[in-house]
Design a protein around this ligand. Structure first.
Ligand code: HSE
Length: 296
């Protein structure tokens, strides 16, 4: 029996489009058993629809590892307990891919972490969620179409991530249709400068720079029309004392980095201001370990 504990993630962080991500203390739990034949998947928890086995993302990820290793079990029983809300911009698809790949690799142990990362990125198409999901912490990743080059920093418990998400879903595919094919040199330079400032602010724990560093011109302005209360929620976050706020992944979750010691007063103020609106609100700590696998 193999058990995998796989975390949620939050990507982009404003200017770090398709590159930056944070690993959160919220997890899906997966149990994998080899059987004498067939594939059985039992799912429990958040927002998952039953779909044919061959379209199940976690199973597809396992199969990609079996194909890569040239080995395959006779049969499988997979149990998934999902706590990560799906299609909300909290890395649920990255968690399926990494959870499946790490679980499958634990059966044969042939691939190294960087091989898994590249295989997962090819399946997800961008590394911003899969890297922190596998490695933990705050990660910056570059993908050349074949391999991922990344840098990881551990995060302290003096900061936490507040998230607000509606009950409605938004797939990354749909959210990407709003993006322009070309952007101006000026906007590209703006994001390069803000990304650099963001990395420096996090590395140096200069959290007061985050409000400026999390500004973006490559995706948030275009996606705003799909996220109705985005500006209002950013304003609420700011008034409640957030260091900086951004659209988590492709949305619809809106995230803010906050001082952990202000967690209670921050929650109270945000919940009061959101009252009457149909939003979910939560605060998570960060996870510096990433995906954890055990063979029992
Ligand atoms: N970076 C992706 C996007 C989403 O903004 O479309 C998360 O992988």
């Amino acid at each position: 029996m193999i058990r995998v504990k796989v975390p949620a993630t939050s990507a982009n962080l404003g200017p770090g489009f398709d590159s930056m991500g944070l690993c959160l203390g919220l997890y899906n739990e997966i149990e994998i058993e080899e059987t004498e034949g067939g594939v059985e998947i039992v799912q429990d928890g958040f927002n998952y629809k039953n779909c044919p086995i061959e379209r199940n993302l976690l199973y597809k990820a396992m199969k990609a590892v079996f194909d890569e290793c040239g080995k395959s079990p006779k049969g499988l029983k997979i149990k998934i307990e999902s706590n990560i809300p799906a299609t909300r911009g909290l890395g649920s698809s990255a968690a399926c891919i990494i959870g499946g790949m790490v679980g499958a690799n634990a059966m044969y142990g042939l691939l190294g972490p960087n091989d898994i990362l590249s295989l997962a990125t090819k399946m997800e198409r961008h590394p911003d969620n899969v890297t922190p999901c596998l490695m933990g912490g705050f990660t910056v990743s570059c993908f050349d179409g074949e391999r991922v080059t990344y840098s990881k920093m551990n995060l302290g418990d003096e900061i936490s991530l507040a998230v607000i998400y509606p009950d409605s879903k938004l797939s990354t595919g749909k959210a990407r249709t709003t993006l322009p094919y070309k952007v101006s040199h000026r906007d590209a330079a703006y994001n390069a400068a803000h990304s650099a400032l963001l990395v420096s602010a996090i590395a140096g724990k200069k959290y007061n720079l985050l409000a400026e560093a999390m500004k973006d011109k490559l995706h948030q302005p275009y996606r705003m029309k799909m996220i109705p209360d985005m500006e209002e929620i950013f304003k609420i976050y700011k008034e409640a004392g957030a260091y900086g706020a951004y659209l988590s992944g492709s949305g619809p979750t809106l995230a803010a980095i906050i001082p952990t010691k202000e967690k209670e007063s921050f929650s109270k103020e945000v919940c009061e201001k959101l009252s009457g609106k149909n939003y979910n609100f939560d605060i998570f700590g960060f996870d510096n370990m990433g995906t954890y696998v055990r063979k029992l």
